[in-house]
Design a protein around this ligand. Structure first.
Ligand SMILES: [Zn+2]
Length: 138
């Protein structure tokens, strides 16, 4: 277990669950924007992204849209603290996920539709660590 934690609110998780159900059966993806204070990755807002792969087994974000989202976050004094996406079954990052986790070294939040559960992961020097999710009331 990583010593980091992801701070989200109940309503933020509800929003992500809603997106995952709307995009079902395809994978849903969003960026989690917020601030990093000490070891806490605090989510302030969710930026929904389009899965241009339109796939049940993977997701892909248009590089221009991703760049715009990073620029928007930066202009609004926010960081991309996490990448969210959904899986139909399985909470473990796929091999494709692991490749992109190397490029985007933030917390990866996965929602497993079949079990309605969230897990968070971080890749640290090629080793996958689970991240604690701390859920607060709004
Ligand atoms: Zn995945």
């Amino acid at each position: 277990m990583s010593n980091l934690s992801l701070l989200v609110t109940e309503s933020q998780l509800d929003t992500l669950t809603h997106f995952a159900r709307e995009d079902y059966p395809n994978e849903s993806c969003s960026l989690l924007l917020g601030n990093i204070v000490n070891n806490e990755y605090c989510v302030k807002m969710i930026k929904r992204m389009e899965n241009i792969a339109h796939s049940e087994y993977s997701f892909n974000i248009d590089p221009d849209e991703l760049m715009k989202a990073y620029q928007w976050a930066s202009a609004n004094e926010l960081n991309v603290v996490g990448v969210f996406h959904s899986h139909l079954v399985g909470s473990h990052p796929s091999n494709t996920d692991l490749t992109f986790m190397k490029i985007n070294p933030v917390i990866w939040l996965i929602y497993e539709v079949s079990s309605s559960t969230y897990t968070a992961h971080l890749l640290v020097e090629d080793s996958l660590e689970k991240v604690k999710i701390e859920i607060s009331k709004d």
